[in-house]
Write a protein that binds this ligand. Structure first.
Ligand SMILES: *[C@@H]1O[C@H](CO)[C@@H](O)[C@H](O)[C@H]1NC(C)=O
Ligand SMILES: *[C@@H]1O[C@H](CO)[C@@H](O)[C@H](O)[C@H]1NC(C)=O
Ligand SMILES: *[C@@H]1O[C@H](CO)[C@@H](O)[C@H](O)[C@H]1NC(C)=O
Ligand SMILES: *[C@@H]1O[C@H](CO)[C@@H](O)[C@H](O)[C@H]1NC(C)=O
Length: 386
């Protein structure tokens, strides 16, 4: 009797705890049909470091191929599953084609939609590109592909002028005919070139350019709400018929209104602003900035815990600068280990920002450790929670 009553008592205690406190976060398929974060390499680390270190500055096709092909030719990286070769800002041209569709920068990527894309895919890799909301200002007079609608007629108008979307672009009006068709035409073109991931940057609410803690947002000149862009790219991806990831950026607003839009349309969302040190720096990242990014994840995931709803969006904690020796990475070997552990724990995108041609033994081990990758497969279903 003693035995039984004590055991039913602890079962009751456990059930009560489960109902009241111990929510276990789980994930579910993302809106574009993915079941885990992206793994690969991004150009941005190199674009943001002092150009003489580690040796290449311009975002050109040959340099990108040299880096990305390491993910295919190094058997450890390949076995670990690093696949996405993700181009950040600068891959696209400043003017679009006759329909206002965004083109590659042909001087730096002369074979973008031929041998460049084909080489990546032949090697088992995937291609990522970068875009910001709106249409390039000089393209507003063009007619949207397969319509008779002028781009200017699909834009937001204020006092007779179009609304500045930032980055030399005008903002679309997401209720106007033509807006979705323009996004469809851009994504269909990119899909025809083999694009597999779109990083959609400068999305608001979010994209603060200050160090102020979340949710302060003060980016003068940018529309306060460009969430319609996220829905338009999501619909365009669906209409393209190609599996394409949508990664939205940066430091996105987390209240329910917008979080529900992000999770219904994107596969990953940036928790924080850029973590790299920026141009002119001889190192990729500082530990204090990494801690800020980790804290942003903690704040984000703490908001999700009480909801008890499976997560359909993964965190993007920015690129991982763990592959190169401490002198170049900017963080000690122990800190490199800690970065990798936190990114895995959070089920964040595992996008490498390091120089893949100069990995040291510790960096390669961190990126490819089979036991750690087994944990990553687990956290992709059950992410780390406070
Ligand atoms: C590559 O893109 C250019 C510019 O849009 C286009 O003129 C050309 O036909 C495309 N080639 C292929 C093979 O898609
Ligand atoms: C939107 O534009 C398309 C293409 O010009 C046209 O066929 C369609 O009828 C328009 N739809 C509406 C609701 O105006
Ligand atoms: C979410 O944020 C928007 C804009 O910042 C605001 O209008 C809205 O009231 C907020 N909603 C909640 C539930 O906090
Ligand atoms: C922002 O934070 C970084 C470190 O994370 C620091 O180096 C920089 O000075 C800060 N900038 C401002 C404007 O406070």
């Amino acid at each position: 009797m003693m035995q039984r009553s004590s055991s039913s008592c602890s079962v009751f205690a456990l059930l009560a705890a489960t109902a009241n406190a111990l929510n276990t976060l789980t994930t579910t398929e993302t809106s574009n049909g993915f079941n885990g974060p992206a793994m690969g390499w991004s150009t941005f680390g190199f674009q943001a470091i002092n150009p003489t270190i580690p040796g290449w500055a311009p975002l050109v096709q040959s340099n990108v191929l040299e880096q990305c092909n390491m993910m295919a030719s190094n058997s450890d990286l390949k076995g670990a599953g690093y696949k996405y070769c993700s181009l950040d800002s600068g891959w696209s041209a400043d003017g679009a084609d006759t329909y206002g569709r965004v083109l590659f920068q042909a001087t730096n990527f002369p074979d973008f939609n031929t041998t460049f894309s084909k080489t990546l895919h032949d090697n088992g890799l995937l291609l990522g590109v970068y875009v910001v909301p709106g249409v390039i200002q000089s393209d507003v007079g063009k007619t949207i592909y397969k319509t008779d609608i002028k781009i200017s007629d699909a834009l937001q108008v204020q006092d007779g002028n179009h609304v500045d979307a930032g980055n030399d672009r005008y903002a679309f009006d997401y209720s106007k005919n033509g807006t979705q068709q323009w996004h469809d035409s851009v994504v269909a073109l990119w899909a025809s070139w083999g694009v597999d991931l779109i990083k959609l940057d400068y999305i608001t609410p979010g994209s603060c350019n200050t160090n102020a803690s979340y949710p302060a947002c003060d980016l003068p000149g940018f529309p306060i709400d460009s969430s319609g862009t996220v829905e338009a790219y999501h619909t365009a991806i669906k209409n393209s018929g190609r599996p394409i990831r949508l990664d939205i950026s940066w430091k996105l607003e987390r209240n329910n209104t917008y979080y529900d839009i992000w999770r219904a349309n994107a596969d990953t969302m940036r928790m924080d602003q850029d973590i790299n040190e920026g141009s002119g720096s001889a190192i990729f990242v500082k530990w204090a900035t990494v801690q800020r990014a980790i804290n942003n994840y903690r704040e984000y995931i703490a908001l999700q815990l009480p909801k008890n709803t499976p997560l359909s969006i993964y965190p993007d904690m920015d690129n991982m600068y763990v592959g190169n020796p401490a002198a170049l990475s900017g963080v000690t070997d122990d800190q490199r280990t800690s970065i990798m552990s936190h990114w895995i724990g959070a089920a964040a995108n595992l996008m490498i920002g390091s120089d893949l041609t100069a990995l040291d033994t510790h960096g390669l081990a961190l990126l490819t450790n089979p036991a750690a990758l087994a944990v990553a497969a687990f956290t992709a279903q059950f992410p780390m929670q406070p």
